[in-house]
Design a protein around this ligand. Structure first.
Ligand SMILES: [Zn+2]
Length: 171
């Protein structure tokens, strides 16, 4: 009798239930020292609610990330893509690169940008070296994004818009 009562309590505690919180990748990204999250905008535009850092802080808290007020879509709420979050975390923890994320959902991009749906991120340093055509790690970083499911990856040498950053986007 006592055993059955105890088992019942255990089953109801959340260990096997649905109340156990899912693995919160955004919280790991927020707290990972090898991943720098820019707390401003590359353009100089001031919109603290939509910086890369605030996007991740919000996602870690279970809140939507915000696009920027000066973007094509204005300020909107978006859910950050789970595969993108996995890539941001694992390119650091598994692939071993440190990098700075300049933009996730925020910033102003092309009109139909994947940033506006929470499916793209930009970086401008790899292992503390700025992303330019001279950075020898560009291709390795781009390959890592592709390995984690990114389907549109651009960087220096690909086109003029990506001369100083790498853009990784998920479908
Ligand atoms: Zn981008």
């Amino acid at each position: 009798m006592a055993f059955q009562w105890g088992l019942g309590r255990w089953l109801g505690s959340g260990v096997f239930g649905t109340t156990l919180p899912p693995f919160n990748r955004a919280a790991f990204i927020r707290d990972e020292p090898g991943i720098t999250l820019f707390n401003a905008h590359v353009s100089g535009h001031v919109d603290p609610a939509s910086t890369a850092r605030q996007n991740i802080v919000d996602a870690a808290a279970g809140l939507p990330a915000k696009t920027s007020d000066n973007s094509h879509v204005g300020t909107t709420n978006v859910t950050l893509d789970a595969n993108m979050l996995r890539a941001i975390l694992e390119i650091n923890l598994v692939n071993g690169y440190t990098f700075r994320v300049t933009t996730i959902a925020g910033g102003r991009h092309s009109a139909t940008s994947a940033h506006y749906t929470g499916k793209a991120f930009d970086i401008d340093t790899i292992n503390n070296v700025r992303v330019t055509t001279a950075n020898p790690l560009n291709q390795a970083f781009k390959n890592a994004c592709t390995a984690y499911g990114a389907t549109y990856v651009r960087g220096p040498g690909d086109d003029a818009d990506h001369a100083t950053h790498i853009h990784c986007a998920w479908p």
